[in-house]
Design a protein around this ligand. Structure first.
Ligand SMILES: Nc1ncnc2c1ncn2[C@@H]1O[C@H](COP(=O)(O)OP(=O)(O)OP(=O)(O)O)[C@@H](O)[C@H]1O
Ligand SMILES: [Mg+2]
Length: 293
């Protein structure tokens, strides 16, 4: 969804339509379920019937199968309440939520058609997910599992990524990076030590490649959060193993973007040297972070 669409004035026709869209909620078998989780969704639903901003998020994200998934995760205690959206991306909405163990980030992947096309190219060719059904919903479920597993693998190798807590269907729960507000993306702040950040990011790419056997494949200032000067890498759903047929291509693209970033800050870093660093120079062995495997 484009930002302009998000900011549009309420369109009462479509609001009326969306009222009907959720008629399934009053079907007896869903009604009980929905009653059980309604209070936990108060934050994103809004309180009034025409609380249109919240309503839009609700309609876009919470279809019946997503609500079933959330119901299950609420019963487990992985989610207590879903409070408000932090971000909406092409593929997912991310919400600030509470759980038995404090705040969490809940990433809910959209299950509309357009999304699947863009996901397919990162899953075909990954040996860990061969032979599975190509059915659409199934693909999103695989995608979520992939992000979950990539997070674990990266943490096992000491890379600072959010602790994955649980996943079910199109919903991924992970450690919330921030305090109430999500931490800013590298894109959103001006750093006083860009070269230091650059070196750390290049090390992250190298460790991810050599120790995790992964390439992030969407490594950019949009997918790095900075909290207390620490670098957190997020959005690892599209990361593929080094056996993926396009792995090297994705790797070069990630490194190129990073080099372009630092050179925009007035440095003259050489791409070829960075490639050598990532591919051939030894990487430090970091302490594993909890929750990795
Ligand atoms: N664990 C987290 N803690 C805090 N904020 C988060 C977390 N995960 C994601 N976010 C916020 O949500 C935004 C979107 O998350 P992410 O990049 O994972 O989703 P996406 O839908 O793939 O996004 P895009 O399509 O824009 O790349 C991030 O830019 C960040 O601001
Ligand atoms: Mg992102």
């Amino acid at each position: 969804m484009r930002d302009e669409e998000w900011d549009l004035e309420p369109d009462f026709d479509s609001l009326m339509k969306s009222e009907r869209k959720h008629e399934w909620i009053s079907e007896p078998r869903f009604k009980k379920l929905f009653n059980e989780i309604e209070h936990g969704l108060q934050g994103v639903m809004g309180k009034g019937r025409y609380d249109w901003v919240d309503r839009r998020v609700f309609d876009q994200v919470f279809d019946s199968s997503t609500l079933l998934a959330i119901h299950k995760m609420m019963q487990k205690g992985d989610i207590e309440t879903i409070e408000y959206p932090i971000a909406r991306g092409k593929e997912a909405h991310v919400f600030y939520a509470t759980s038995n163990n404090g705040p969490v980030a809940v990433k809910i992947f959209h299950t509309t058609n357009a999304v699947f096309k863009s996901l397919a190219k990162y899953i075909d060719g990954d040996p860990r997910f061969g032979g599975l059904s190509r059915r659409h919903r199934e693909l999103v479920n695989i995608w979520v599992r992939k992000e979950y597993r990539n997070l674990k693998r990266m943490r096992a190798n000491g890379l600072r990524v959010p602790l994955p807590i649980s996943h079910f269907k199109n919903v991924l729960i992970m450690e919330f990076i921030g305090e109430k507000q999500a931490s800013p993306r590298l894109r959103d702040i001006s750093v006083k030590n860009p070269f230091e950040i650059f070196s750390q990011l290049l090390d992250i790419i190298a460790i991810n490649w050599q120790s995790c056997n992964l390439v992030h494949a969407d490594f950019s200032e949009y997918n790095i959060l900075i909290k207390n000067e620490d670098i957190w890498v997020i959005d690892v759903g599209q990361a593929v193993t080094n056996q993926h047929p396009n792995a090297e291509e994705f790797l070069v693209r990630d490194i190129t973007r990073l080099v372009e970033w630092i050179n925009r800050k007035g440095f003259t870093v050489d791409l070829a040297e960075c490639l050598v660093r990532v591919l051939d120079e030894p990487v430090p062995k970091l302490e594993p972070l909890p929750g990795g495997d």
